[in-house]
Design a protein around this ligand. Structure first.
Ligand code: GTR
Length: 348
């Protein structure tokens, strides 16, 4: 009886072993982990063996956060639930600059952030803060999707980040507590900008004074008059509630500063080659979804802000604006020559 049981157990063990071996060989993308090996089981049935965090400053329904969530979903799917990415919206993990520092150290694995913020960490990313380098969305994305655009994304590794994908962020416009219907109205105004030296030069070129500060401090600073003005795209102007205190906007579109989805290089280097590919691919596949959500949200934000009675001045001719900020371009032209040439090339 006893002997029979032992034989039975050995047979079960062998059988189990055979099943496991079979599974292992069919899941080479699983980095030797047998989870997710049993065919098309549901992602949520699997226990993750790697959980990472992704920080975003925007609220849960904002198009960048929707992109982040799509990315996390794709990573879970592609890894059969083995890799889990928890998205933390609404600056839960801190203001952007502090988060980027944490990402650089590997304490936070991912962030979606403006390339305007990253410019303070990677000089190459500063190019996107230069004014009027893109004519429109099409021109911008033609460059971002080009070999040169991808090279720029890869260059983040020199600053200890792994650049995964660009996300859309539309165009940025000025808005103020004071009337602004022409360039000269900006003279003398204290304007909040994302901290980087190009932004500071840009504001000086307009005869105004730049006040860099974290995004989360802008609302109260506008409300109390610590600053007169700020600048951003429609969705941020909307969700930050800045439009309730800065009721004048001018559609000058001085910058198109793409967002970037990036990973800590410390965390990236710990992944197997297959997982590195999987993560990069998931990020790239989330881009179209983010861009579609961006378009819808941008339209809704514009409608909401117009309906709220904000005074909005259209800019029919951007030439005088381009002329006014030309000193900024001139100052940085040599530094960014190659990439500016590639951006010009993408126009044709
Ligand atoms: C937004 C961007 C944020 C943040 C913000 C800012 O457009 O999506 O990541 O950088 O601008 O002005 O600080």
């Amino acid at each position: 009886m006893k002997k029979k049981m032992i034989i039975g157990s050995v047979a079960a063990l062998l059988l189990g072993g055979a099943v496991l071996t079979g599974c292992g060989s069919s899941t080479t993308t699983n980095s030797g982990n047998n989870q997710g090996a049993a065919g098309p089981a549901k992602t949520e049935d699997k226990k993750p063996t790697l959980t990472m965090r992704l920080a975003d400053t925007h609220p849960p329904d904002y198009p960048t956060v929707l992109g982040d969530k799509k990315f996390a979903e794709l990573v879970a799917q592609k890894s059969n639930g083995r890799i889990k990415i928890d998205v933390f919206p609404s600056s839960q993990l801190g203001e952007e600059k502090a988060v980027v520092e944490q990402v650089q150290l590997g304490a936070i694995e991912f962030t979606r952030v403006s390339t305007g913020v990253v410019a303070d960490f990677s000089k190459a990313m500063g190019v996107f803060s230069l004014p009027y380098i893109f004519d429109n969305e099409e021109h911008e994305w033609k460059f971002l999707n080009s070999a040169e655009g991808n090279k720029l994304l890869d260059s983040l590794s020199a600053s200890r980040f792994a650049g995964l994908a660009y996300y859309d962020s539309g165009a940025r416009h000025f808005y103020s507590r004071k009337p602004i219907t022409k360039i000269s109205d900006l003279k003398g105004q204290k304007i909040r900008v994302i901290q980087n030296k190009i932004n500071i030069d840009l504001i000086s070129a307009l005869g105004a004074s730049a006040t860099p500060m974290p995004y989360g401090d802008v609302f109260s600073s506008l409300q109390t008059g610590v600053i007169d003005a700020a600048e951003n795209n429609w969705p941020s102007f909307d969700t930050s509630n800045h439009y309730t205190v800065a009721k004048n906007m001018i559609l000058d579109g001085h910058q198109r500063v793409p967002e970037v989805l990036m990973m800590s290089k410390v965390a990236f280097d710990k992944l197997s080659d297959e997982d590195k590919k999987l993560v990069k691919q998931a990020a790239q596949e989330s881009v179209q979804y983010q861009r579609d959500e961006w378009k819808k949200f941008e339209k809704k934000s514009e409608e909401k802000i117009r309906a709220a009675g904000v005074t909005i001045t259209e800019v029919k001719d951007v030439k005088p604006w381009q002329d006014a900020v030309k000193p900024t371009i001139d100052k940085y032209r040599a530094e960014y020559k190659d990439v500016l040439d590639a951006i010009d090339k993408a126009r044709k």
